[in-house]
Design a protein around this ligand. Structure first.
Ligand SMILES: Nc1nc2c(ncn2[C@@H]2O[C@H](COP(=O)(O)OP(=O)(O)OP(=O)(O)O)[C@@H](O)[C@H]2O)c(=O)[nH]1
Ligand SMILES: [Mg+2]
Length: 364
């Protein structure tokens, strides 16, 4: 049996009926309270925290360990699956191969650059580095941690700007034309994390590879580590916002304002933005067991709407993904969801080249 399924089972069994709390996480559900009690369950899955195993939370919910990860969070999961998926995906190995081929043969729609630079932006612990590692894992044929993944602590694990060319599968493993750029997590409305100013400096191409970000110390133009006149190859060609589905209901209020400011400024640079809704395996037990159920999940559909509101973005720009986090082996359906996300990103990256790069060529 799948490890996660086992954990769910064990945790559900541990939960005594008297302890069960119904959390109205999915407010838009049309089911009655009785239906909810039948269709929902309280489940937890490996999330790190500072607490010790077995310790009690303030709300008296118990913590337990799962592969050295302390389980603290509780979700009311709506287990009801829709009959018809709300987006159609071809979950076959042929489709996986086709998507892989598409990404490997991708060429930017501009002669001025040989690679597309895509920046992942999002709160601490959202899964930015995990997405990069997961995409590279698909092409490597095994789960690897290329971009270093942290835990979802309060400060960003990733501190510097680091570009990861996605490498082709096979022995040559030469780089594709897709470069995913990892960066420090953005602050949730206060002064911690990557600032709006620094994010824009990166997108405009002023920041050198390896630049270490320090919260409250903005990138300065009098240092040597700055590209004063960036060319198209130095710039970011698409921004991907990354948000954690399991935190959509608890992100700080200021985060929405931060996203709004980022989106306005990035849009004025002509750079298109899409979004990834990660951790979908933590908000839907059916999806956790089988990723191909993701577009039938009512709870994920509802969280997509909430993510759209948080980001100020239509849901058609957002795709759900499950990153490789605790698994050691690849799974075809997880790969397909990840590859679909990459395909989605590349479509919007090319829009930038089509819209802007022509002007760029003429004016530069
Ligand atoms: N279950 C699950 N865990 C995930 C997923 N994505 C990331 N994680 C876990 O979430 C934690 C944080 O992931 P990171 O990739 O380091 O997040 P980040 O956005 O790069 O965070 P910072 O670098 O700290 O800003 C790690 O423990 C990952 O294993 C996912 O889709 N599902
Ligand atoms: Mg990171």
């Amino acid at each position: 049996m799948h490890t996660t399924a086992l954990n769910f089972q064990r945790l559900k069994e541990e939960k005594k009926p008297s302890q069960t709390t119904f959390l109205p996480v999915f407010g838009e559900s049309t089911t009655s309270k009785k239906d909810n009690e039948q269709n929902t369950g309280l489940f937890t899955i490996g999330k790190p925290s500072d607490g010790k195993p077995g310790e009690k939370n303030k709300d008296n919910t118990s913590k337990s360990t799962n592969n050295n990860r302390v389980v603290t969070r509780e979700f009311a999961a709506n287990f009801t699956l829709l009959e018809t998926p709300w987006r159609s995906v071809n979950w076959t190995s042929e489709s996986r191969e086709e998507l892989m081929e598409k990404v490997q043969s991708y060429k930017p729609a501009s002669e001025a650059v040989s690679e597309a630079r895509v920046l992942l932006l999002g709160p601490v612990g959202a899964g930015k580095s995990s997405f990069i590692s997961s995409v590279q894992s698909v092409f490597s044929g095994r789960v690897i941690n290329r971009a270093m993944v942290g835990s979802s602590a309060s400060t960003s694990f990733t501190k510097k700007l680091q570009s990861f060319p996605i490498r082709r599968s096979g022995e040559r493993s030469d780089p594709t034309a897709l470069v995913l750029c990892d960066i420090m997590g953005i602050g949730e409305g206060d002064s911690t994390g990557l600032s709006l100013y620094d994010a824009l400096c990166v997108i405009k191409g002023h920041v050198l590879e390896g630049h270490q970000f320090v919260a409250e110390q903005p990138v300065t133009f009098d240092t040597m580590s700055i590209i004063k006149k960036p060319s198209l190859k130095d710039k970011i060609h698409c921004v991907v916002f990354v948000v954690d589905a399991s935190k959509i209901n608890s992100y700080a209020k200021g985060l929405s304002t931060t996203f709004q400011q980022l989106r306005q400024n990035i849009s004025s640079l002509g750079v298109h933005q899409v979004a990834l809704l990660t951790h979908v395996d933590e908000v839907c037990i059916d999806t956790s067991r089988d990723v191909s159920q993701v577009y039938k999940s009512r709870s994920i559909q509802q969280l997509m709407v909430k993510a759209g509101k948080l980001l100020g973005m239509a849901t058609s720009y957002i795709v759900p993904v499950k990153n490789y986090s605790f698994q050691l082996e690849l799974d075809d359906n997880t790969d397909i969801l990840l590859l679909n996300a990459v395909d989605h990103i590349l479509q919007y990256t090319d829009l930038y080249f089509k819209d802007t790069a022509v002007d760029y060529k003429v004016t530069n």
